[in-house]
Design a protein around this ligand. Structure first.
Ligand SMILES: *Cc1c(COP(=O)(O)O)cnc(C)c1O
Length: 356
């Protein structure tokens, strides 16, 4: 599509973190990165894999001033048979284009994006960790690079992919977390950028995150920006509830990010014959279910953790403990099923895996 990927090998590869080292999240980076440039008139060109290292940009580069930056997040897993696989990378490529479109950034060929990811993973394959539950986190992103201070769409961009070996999100198995229902700050609004993976969305979420921490909560549960009534997401995860045997998740309202984990979970629940509905969910509905004893489970979903059980919700100074703070049966089943597919422990009947 954009020509063959030129490879410039790193002459001084780093020492990889040891098998037993706690990798954390996004602290170590592999030996190489992928870059491709865009220029108006010329389009995307010069795809290359080069040694990982600092980028040099003009201080007037538009990304620093007007925030044209979008990203993706996915993982490569090492299976027991030593194959390296990606989980639904086509979906990430598609969403990257939707995000680019929202910020008036140029589209990328989706098959080429997957090909670029595969090429980089293959070259840095030794960086895909072997420890139980660990994986290689892949971060593709696009940013505006034209120098200039006029507010308009940049005429130049870079598409970059970097990668980081990450530990199991839950070193000790799933752990329920406390969540603060956020009644003041908003993450996103209809017509805004909440349904795109736009860098600025995460900057805008940081002070609410700090308030959550002060309240001994791991994350916030966002309400809609207008009525402060309907549930949206939990931190940067989608959210699900099991109420009276039925699963519900907020419908895509225009301000919710459409997670690939969310989509996969809805697919599995349908397959298992467990009723699942996408609908508007008011915080009052959750309070009512809690009070009448039908709120059985609550959990967040996203690439980093797969699922994250919610142990309690703090709303208007009152803590609602869910499932006595224990891990629910459904959230555990979803976690086991998805990670078994990712690590090749069960057959991939949905064709969600793509090898590198
Ligand atoms: C990335 C993200 C998610 C989860 O998406 P996945 O594709 O499942 O990783 C959910 N909400 C927000 C705001 C996100 O940025």
């Amino acid at each position: 599509m954009y020509g063959t990927i030129r490879i410039e090998r790193n002459p001084s590869c780093k020492t990889k973190p040891g098998q037993e080292e706690n990798l954390g999240f996004g602290r170590h980076f592999t030996d190489h990165m992928f870059i491709m440039d865009y220029e108006e008139g010329q389009g995307w060109h010069d795809p290359r894999i080069i040694p990982y290292g600092p980028l040099s940009h003009d201080p007037a580069a538009m990304v620093f001033h007007y925030g044209q930056a979008v990203f993706e997040g996915l993982k490569a897993f090492r299976t027991d048979k030593e194959d390296i696989v990606l989980f639904r990378p086509d979906q990430n490529a598609k969403r990257l284009n939707r995000s680019c479109e929202r910020l008036s950034m140029p589209a990328l060929d989706e098959e080429f994006v997957v090909h670029a990811i595969q090429s980089l993973v293959r070259l840095d394959a030794e960086w895909v960790p072997r420890k139980e539950g660990s994986s290689l986190y892949i971060r593709p992103f696009v940013m505006a690079t034209e120098a200039g201070l006029g507010v308009r769409a940049s005429s130049r961009y870079s598409f970059i992919i970097i990668m980081s070996p990450v530990g199991a999100y839950y070193e000790e198995g799933l752990q329920p977390v406390n969540i603060l229902v956020e009644g003041h700050f908003a993450r996103a609004v209809q017509g805004g950028t909440g349904n795109a993976k736009v860098a600025g969305n995460y900057a805008a979420s940081l002070n609410a995150q700090a308030v959550a921490k002060e309240n001994n909560c791991a994350q916030v549960l966002w309400l809609d920006a207008i009525e402060k009534k309907y549930l949206e997401e939990v931190g940067s995860m989608n959210v699900f509830f099991k109420i009276n045997g039925e699963v519900v998740t907020p419908s895509l309202s225009g301000s919710i990010l459409e997670g690939i984990t969310r989509k996969s979970i809805i697919h599995l629940l349908n397959e298992w014959g467990i009723p699942v509905k996408e609908q508007k969910i008011a915080i009052d509905d959750i309070v009512a279910a809690y009070e009448n004893g039908t709120l059985e489970e609550a959990f967040g979903t996203g690439t980093a953790a797969v699922v994250s059980p919610i142990g309690s919700l703090l709303w208007q100074g009152k803590s609602m403990v869910i499932n006595q703070g224990n891990i629910g049966e459904l959230v555990q089943r979803l976690y086991d099923t998805i990670t078994d597919i990712q690590f090749g422990r069960t057959s991939d009947t949905h064709n969600w895996l793509v090898s590198c």
